[in-house]
Design a protein around this ligand. Structure first.
Ligand SMILES: [Zn+2]
Length: 135
């Protein structure tokens, strides 16, 4: 079983992703607080302040030291089930935690499925065309 794909579901793993985060511990948007609010680091050298939510996949950048990650998360992704729940991992029951992760996994699988179906549709259309042209 490959557990790495579940990595970002755990707060401690999200926290580890913040290697080049430009804000320190005293900031409202410290790495710890970002990870608590569901974000993992998805930046690069040019844009080190880019993060993504592990549940809703919302990507946010342009952070300022005084920004509250929960408030920003709720403002830009009010539909997110993690933000709707509004509590960090340690404050969730196991059942709540699993339910939230299930929502995320389902959404991810659906995205993959839709992508595969779309790829197959294009492939089938091309093949059908070839047949019609007698190639
Ligand atoms: Zn979210």
């Amino acid at each position: 079983m490959d557990y790495s794909k579940f990595g970002n579901m755990m707060e401690k793993n999200r926290l580890k992703s913040f290697k080049k985060w430009p804000f320190d511990e005293s900031s409202a948007c410290s790495a710890k607080k970002m990870a608590e609010a569901g974000f993992y680091w998805s930046g690069n050298d040019r844009e080190p302040d880019t993060v993504t939510c592990y549940i809703c996949n919302k990507t946010l950048d342009g952070w300022e030291q005084s920004d509250d990650p929960w408030k920003e998360h709720a403002k830009h992704a009010p539909q997110c089930s993690f933000v709707k729940c509004g509590r960090k991992e340690a404050e969730l029951t196991v059942k709540e935690f699993i339910n939230i992760c299930n929502v995320a996994l389902k959404a991810r699988l659906e995205q993959n499925l839709n992508r595969t179906l779309e790829e197959f549709r294009k492939y089938a259309e091309k093949e059908k065309e070839k047949l019609l042209l007698g190639k």
